[in-house]
Design a protein around this ligand. Structure first.
Ligand SMILES: [Zn+2]
Length: 484
């Protein structure tokens, strides 16, 4: 197959430069990139089965959403934006959506904006039908497998502070007795254990790991896990040579927790447990200190930056300029919604570029090239697909996106504008016309090749059309009682 563009953006070189081929093309065979060069040359040398694109397109590497959870967005399920801590309660009352369909809908949206790989971080939750954590989560991985997208999938869980960031008993004692008693009952009936977490993760590795699926493991967040829990998770990752993903210092309270309990930041606590290294990626890192940034740089630990989520949940703005200055690997995630509630990675990239422009002349902030690198190569690295994807190079797998250059530049755009600036300043998810993973076309002329979008949407609508289930209604009532 030949993929042709007025420009082919192969890879980012530095803050101001990318390797770009004008009137270029990529030739891929069986999912492997065989040659990249001028379209005329490739056309003369190869006899492709298919040719996609043309002079009205720009070809870029497939993009990576480096921190994500499943589901319709919290807003779609009835929650307005609010700070993270009460927001967690709000999610408990959400309706139950079939995990396969729910994942698939989100996947379709992601593919539509040019995402070819995702870091999917999945909460372990017990539902009435959820007898086996493996089965319910395998259905989520099945949705990715069926869709053709690459995924680094991890289950997350915690063993401390189920309700807030303080000891559960202390918190429950502070509640009106009827609420405290009810909460204790719910907590103790069937707790989700470390063993549940490890055994389901192990089974996923055995049954579901493939060339497009990696299985990681994830402690939820530092202050929600005991030493023993963190060490067991680290040991599991080492034994299985797999990746670790964790939420870190997302809100000011989480940083304060470290000061109060360990006399150091949560990241420094992780360092003391031997947790840091290139196999670990941390979502958010909004409240990092200068010495935290040094620790990340020294250990090769990555940050997955989620600017929309941080704005929507009142978390703050992560110190990305400082992280980039120190050479920390920073990737970009949408964290299940994005600023327009539509999982559009190009908008997340644009927000990443604009939000770190600190006042004043001469203060560095991410260039378009840097942002593209974060959303492609850096994301591929944190999801353990760095050898296969993230750049367009001979020998790598063919994960790429054709964007509608005509729409991006209509009716006029200065011809001297660098194409990477054009994409980051003006690109939208809807400009992604063709999306290819491993040489397989998942989106062609804006239409999904494997699923009928309208049909999946109708099935979700239908499944949510009835009244709340008794369990969901109970959770909603409990949540409403507890929130004050
Ligand atoms: Zn998250």
């Amino acid at each position: 197959m030949i993929l042709r563009g007025k420009y082919v953006v192969c890879r980012v070189i530095d803050d101001d430069t990318s390797e770009i081929i004008k009137d270029g093309a990529v030739f891929q065979r069986d999912g492997q990139i065989v040659e990249i060069g001028l379209y005329m040359d490739l056309k003369a040398r190869h006899d492709p089965d298919e040719e996609i694109g043309g002079p009205d397109f720009v070809v870029i590497p497939g993009m990576v959403n480096a921190h994500h959870h499943m589901r319709l967005t919290p807003f779609q399920l009835g929650s307005l934006d609010m700070p993270l801590e009460p927001g967690i309660f709000a999610e408990w009352s959400s309706r139950e959506v079939d995990p396969y369909l729910d994942t698939l809908w989100c996947v379709l949206q992601m593919i539509e904006s040019g995402i070819t790989t995702v870091m999917h971080n999945q909460a372990m939750v017990r539902t009435p039908s959820d007898l086996d954590f493996y089965d319910s989560n395998a259905r989520i991985v099945d949705a990715y497998e069926d869709s053709g997208m690459r995924v680094a999938f991890s289950l997350y869980n915690r063993d401390l502070h189920f309700f807030t960031s303080q000891d559960d008993e202390t918190f429950l004692d502070s509640l009106p007795p009827f609420l405290g008693d009810r909460s204790r009952k719910g907590m103790r009936s069937r707790p989700i254990t470390l063993d549940d977490h490890l055994s389901a993760s192990e089974k996923l590795i055995v049954n579901k790991a493939s060339n497009r699926t990696r299985i990681f493991i994830s402690p939820h967040n530092v202050h929600w896990c005991s030493y023993e829990y963190l060490l067991a998770i680290k040991d599991f990752a080492s034994r299985h040579s797999t990746g670790l993903h964790i939420h870190l210092q997302e809100t000011a309270y989480q940083k304060m927790y470290g000061d109060e309990h360990w006399g150091k930041t949560p990241l420094a606590h992780l360092k003391d447990l031997g947790f840091l290294g290139p196999d670990l990626s941390c979502a958010h890192g909004v409240w990092l200190t200068d010495s935290d940034i040094d620790l990340l740089a020294e250990t090769g630990t990555a940050i997955c930056h989620n600017p929309s989520s941080n704005l929507r949940l009142n978390s703050g703005i992560a110190p990305i300029n400082r992280l980039l200055e120190r050479g920390v690997n920073v990737a970009i995630g949408i964290d299940e919604a994005g600023i327009n509630d539509d999982n559009d990675i190009l908008q997340e990239m644009r927000l990443t570029q604009k939000i770190h422009r600190e006042p004043g002349v001469g203060v560095a902030s991410p260039s378009s090239h840097r942002v593209l690198d974060m959303a492609t190569r850096n994301g591929a690295k944190v999801t353990f697909f760095g050898d296969e994807a993230g750049t367009l190079e001979v020998g790598k797998r063919a994960d790429m996106v054709l964007l509608d250059l005509e729409r991006i530049s209509e009716p006029y755009l200065d011809p001297d504008t660098n194409i990477v600036d054009s994409v980051v300043y003006r690109g939208r998810g809807s400009d992604a016309k063709t999306v290819i993973v491993d040489g397989e076309v998942l989106l062609r002329d804006g239409v999904h090749t494997k699923f009928d979008r309208a049909e999946i949407g109708a099935r979700i609508r239908e499944s949510l059309s009835g009244p709340l289930s008794p369990a969901a209604a109970g959770r909603a009532k409990f949540n409403a009682d507890l929130k004050p």
